[in-house]
Write a new protein. Structure first.
Length: 146
């Protein structure tokens, strides 16, 4: 039995984007665009999703064809996933999770720390400042042992 969902409104569309963490796209001047509210979502594979919501963002419902196009082409989610996100803030499964690249550790520090026995697991979440502090600590403890 198919589940029946209410007609999607512009407010529901916007709420979905905000709940899932889409970012609003600004115009060339760095200000909000007047004719559409545009959102973008970067996926783990590097692709980008984009969707537009006509102003004013209100409780006007979309037609069946437009709603279907938005779900399939813009948001790339099922109706069930859409409503779970809007009503319960349950994020849709978009596959592998994208990890934001951090500042990272420069290669020379990485290699020196590896020589001193630091494992790949210990590098997770480490930035350059932490790596330098760890290197200094390891080198001073190594020097004091000699």
């Amino acid at each position: 039995m198919a589940t029946k969902f209410p007609a999607m409104t512009k407010v529901d569309h916007r709420d979905f984007c905000l709940n899932e963490g889409w970012t609003e796209v600004l115009g060339a001047t760095g200000k909000k665009v007047r004719h559409h509210q545009t959102f973008r979502l970067g996926l783990w594979d590097g692709s980008q999703l984009r969707t537009h919501i006509s102003h004013p963002v209100n409780k006007v419902t979309y037609g069946v064809k437009l709603e279907s196009k938005i779900l399939k082409m813009d948001l790339r989610v099922s109706a069930n996933d859409f409503w779970q996100c809007v009503k319960a803030k349950v994020m849709p499964n978009r596959g592998e999770v994208k990890r934001e690249p951090g500042a990272g550790v420069p290669l020379y520090l990485y290699r020196e720390l590896q020589k001193l026995g630091v494992t790949a697991k210990e590098f997770e979440g480490m930035n350059e400042a932490k790596a330098k502090a760890l290197l200094a600590q390891l080198l001073t403890s190594e020097a004091s042992e000699q």
